[in-house]
Ligand binder design. Sequence first.
Ligand code: UFG
Length: 327
Amino acid sequence: MDHVLVTGGAGYIGSHACKALKKAGFVPVTFDSLVTGWEDAVKFGPFEKGDLLDRQRLDEVFAKYQPVAVMHFAALSQVGESMKEPGLYWRNNVGGSLNLIEAAAAASCMNFVFSSTCATYGEQDNVVLDENSVQLPINAYGASKKAVEDILDNFAAAYGMNHVIFRYFNVAGGDPDAEVGEHHRPETHLIPIMLEAIEGTRPALTVFGTDYDTPDGTCIRDYVHVCDLVDAHVLGLRWLLDGKGSRVFNLGTGEGFSVREVIAQSNAVTNRDVPYEEGPRRPGDCTKLVSGSSRAETELGWTPTRSTMNTMITDAWRWHRTGHYDK
Ligand code: UFG
């Protein structure tokens, strides 16, 4: 069976990708430093502990498994942190990715699936973004992901390394079997914070900004279910293995939800009220990020099936009540 090297396979999206890859007949090899990931999340294939900044370790792993492709999820991903400590983001996300891309090229592993972000588009209000929208990131996290996209373009031109880049919108929900789920420490994402606030394991949610130029004053995001998202990655992998060449795909649903709307949905799903207070804006936040995903649908045949807000919160809530790696 073909091996796929999954960096960040012990993290939220990476662990779901490993499950999907195994189901699709691949062997997912997790490469993870465990700085933000969880060894308990590695359930679907071998585990190799290592840091992307350690080139020798990467070379060993490529030699051991000879993967047909890389799926690169490992990254720091907090917008707020990236504004306070940009060096961390440039070193880990860009320096680490460059090491990985060079190691892949040296091992003749020429198929690369990259986890990028809608944060590369930056602030473009009242526009439904598509893959040709201009990329003007407004935070260091988005800038670091954009830089890796540029590196991949250069490696495609120079060495024929093929890439599929996925620019995600807001990923939410969890494995319906609750084998893996979303578990960040610290947690910064809206939906898990809301659920923890409901459970009483953290203080009330602070709504970051109520004076945005949106109908209810809070930021609008496009949420996509993690299982739909990783299904797209398996399709992207097959695209590469079929020799279809490099391509960029947005992954979202085209539907935007404000923070207040997400809170209301959560109240409805859990039958409990999210305790929250209103606070100032968080630096680096865009007013509205909404995507069209028609390219992924028409070219990859991607059909999201779980990406309704109700299902995302239902699946996240199940995991919060039954999962958690540290319980
Ligand atoms: N929010 C709050 N209070 C909180 C947390 C979030 O009001 O305690 C708000 C944010 O201001 C934002 C929305 O909820 O308006 C969603 O915030 P998240 O932190 O859940 O997600 P982001 O939109 O900031 O970013 C996420 C990932 C990034 C990724 C981006 C788009 O964290 O890695 O989606 O892909 F780049």
